[in-house]
Design a protein around this ligand. Structure first.
Ligand SMILES: NC(=O)c1ccc[n+]([C@@H]2O[C@H](COP(=O)([O-])OP(=O)(O)OC[C@H]3O[C@@H](n4cnc5c(N)ncnc54)[C@H](O)[C@@H]3O)[C@@H](O)[C@H]2O)c1
Length: 285
């Protein structure tokens, strides 16, 4: 497997939301590949647990740093950067991955909106503002991964605040990629990770057993590193139920709402149910 040039042995990865799920699985794979890893997360106890699980043999102890961090606070992310540079001296990969849900509908639960946008969107902005100038300055191959969601692309009704936060993460990351590629001599690339349904802490809270439909976080982490090695910007992951073809069609249908002047979110509109189903079944579409 070709690896992204930033992901070379001895380099450093910083992963927010790294104590659990997709962040933890990515940290583990990168350690296997010989990188040093800093995981950042909210809770001291889960960070300790994650650090011990990652540094399971003595040779790895020096390669793992765990820093309590609240990504929704700029000063906390600045302290994270200082701790990483102090210990490892550089950053090759920044993965803005910390995430939370349960924000609510458009006209309710303002506190939920503040929490979800504070973590999912501002958390990523804080990461970029704090780390990216130094990564550009280093003049070494580097990468930024922001974790988005299919919910930020196709917008299924339910948790509007989450959808909005992840749609914004997509826009943020697309703009970041364009900004970086227009900077002369810049060696930092940007990537948008879009997991499918993945059995992680976020899901375990509602479903104690892994549903067959879900992928494991390790599968998402493997897909991410493979895609980065190919130089992909969009890292759209399937799961055990949703194939890449189904994703492609759902995304095309969602874009069609605008260009065909259909009602908003027509996929979930009763008058459009049959047309959507016919589109999904059409092998030519
Ligand atoms: N699991 C899925 O099906 C799925 C699908 C699409 C996108 N995602 C996204 O993947 C990312 C990783 O989530 P996961 O599924 O691995 O869930 P997870 O709950 O296992 O991991 C998320 C981590 O983020 C941490 N976190 C939350 N708020 C934080 C804050 N303010 N500061 C620092 N850390 C904070 C949590 O403590 C947790 O450890 C999230 O951005 C999530 O939105 C997950």
């Amino acid at each position: 497997m070709t690896s992204h040039p930033a992901l070379a042995p001895g380099r450093t990865a910083v992963i927010t939301g790294g104590a659990s799920g997709i962040g933890f699985a990515t940290a583990s794979l990168l350690l296997d590949a010989g990188l040093k890893v800093c995981i950042a997360d909210l809770d001291d106890e889960s960070l300790d647990h994650a650090r011990n699980a990652l540094a399971d043999d003595a040779s790895r102890r020096d390669a793992v740093l765990a820093v309590p961090t609240d990504v929704s606070r700029l000063e906390s992310v600045a302290s994270l950067r200082d701790a990483v540079l102090d210990r490892f001296g550089e950053v090759a990969l920044l993965m803005n991955n910390a995430g939370t849900g349960g924000g609510g509908k458009s006209f309710e639960n303002f506190e939920g909106w503040q929490r979800v946008l504070g973590v999912n969107l501002l958390g990523a902005v804080h990461g970029l503002q704090t780390f990216v100038p130094g990564m550009i300055e280093q003049g070494t191959p580097c990468a930024v991964v922001n974790t988005g969601s299919k919910q930020g692309i196709t917008n299924p009704p339910g948790d509007t605040a989450y959808n909005v936060s992840k749609a914004a993460v997509r826009s943020l990351t697309e703009n970041l990629a364009a900004e970086l590629r227009n900077l002369e001599g810049c060696q930092v690339t940007a990537h948008l990770l879009v997991p499918g349904f993945t059995y992680t802490g976020m899901i375990r809270r509602f479903l104690p057993e892994k549903p067959d439909a879900a992928w494991l976080p390790e599968q998402v982490a493997e897909r991410l590193l493979e895609a980065m090695g190919r130089g992909d910007f969009y890292v759209l992951c399937p799961d055990n139920e949703v194939t890449p073809e189904v994703d492609r069609k759902r995304i095309a249908w969602a874009a069609g709402d605008l260009v065909e002047n259909r009602p908003a979110l027509s996929r979930w509109h009763p008058d459009w149910k049959a047309a959507f189903e016919a589109f999904m079944a059409d092998e030519e579409a």
